[in-house]
Design a protein around this ligand. Sequence first.
Ligand code: NAD
Ligand code: TYD
Length: 350
Amino acid sequence: MKNILITGGAGFIGSNFVKMMLDRHLGYKVINVDALTYAGNLENLKDVAGKPNYTFIKADIRDRAKIDEIFSTYGIDTVVNFAAESHVDRSIVEPEIFLTTNILGTQVLLDTAKKHWKIKPGDKYCKEYKPGVKFLQVSTDEVYGALGKKGMFMETSPLLPNSPYSASKAGADMIVRAYHQTFGMPVNITRCSNNYGPYQFPEKLIPLMINNCLKEKDLPVYGDGMQVRDWLHVSDHCSAIDVVLHKGEAGEVYNIGGNNEKANIEIVKFIVVTLGKSESLIKYVKDRPGHDRRYAIDNTKITTQLGWAPVYTFERGIKETIEWYLNNNEWIENIVSGDYVHYYDKMYRT
Ligand code: NAD
Ligand code: TYD
């Protein structure tokens, strides 16, 4: 493993991952390919921009010729695919781009890797057979659908996606699996819960609430606010991906969760109190269509088989995250002064 293609590396999780890999693995070359959609931001990477073992290329993962050229030029032997349309609310308004980027884009990457890694139908799917190559697909727990009050998602849980976003991610998982089963491509799929931390685009719950709260704008809570997410600090997510990349068995799926189940309203109230604002800013609004009630991850496989565990408690992580946004006001202002829109208002107009 020497030349790692990280797609979507200018987004929230991808940019945290690029920086972590450059810090941890001095001998690796990191090639970051990102289309710089509304969610991609090179500001996230300004600290590493000049590093000799880091290259940024603006490209779309659906552009077959360009991806092929990148594989040839850089001798790519590892792919970590973060590139995606990632916001559920947007997928309700504009589903098509979710299917083209998340599914067809993944297939272009798989096909190109298969060609350059000389993987043929019938190759044995064991990591020894193609030493040093791997395709890691970053997926989501949302592919499993919704839980009731009890239970947790296991890697063996059925895929029952409810939003166009989660359906597109499930589609990508299926094609990644198929390239392993049919061609012997050494793949891993990771499925994590909701991430939070520095550089998250302010359309997602935590940064949106921090930003609105600071400006004393309404805090739109969907439905009764009792939907539960299992919050994972982005640096714990990145360290888990690093572990799966190096130790994950080819063909396996690994769930990644933070053991931090919280109702949305608890988080919103915590942000309000921490920032010293009034709870009267909280506005309960009509629920999101198809809104999943609860997600919770069973971490047993990755913790027992690969020895990974999250290090962040939610209490520490949320405090540090609020502080980060307070100290990086310019970063968020550059985004919200552009064409940023909160998609809630559009969801019922589709
Ligand atoms: P993000 O929206 O912040 O970043 C996505 C990045 O992909 C952006 O930089 C964007 O420019 C790039 N991109 C989009 N379309 C592209 C294309 N066609 N070609 C090349 N680049 C393209 O997303 P994120 O929150 O960092 O999520 C990263 C990955 O993790 C996604 O695959 C997402 O499904 C998955 N995930 C995210 C979460 C979460 O809580 N954020 C949870 C589970 C899984
Ligand atoms: P989000 O961060 O969009 O992630 P996901 O939908 O992928 O879980 O939303 C997290 C939770 O917060 C989800 O239950 C929807 C809810 N939510 C609100 O109540 N208000 C908001 O303005 C947003 C963006 C989300």
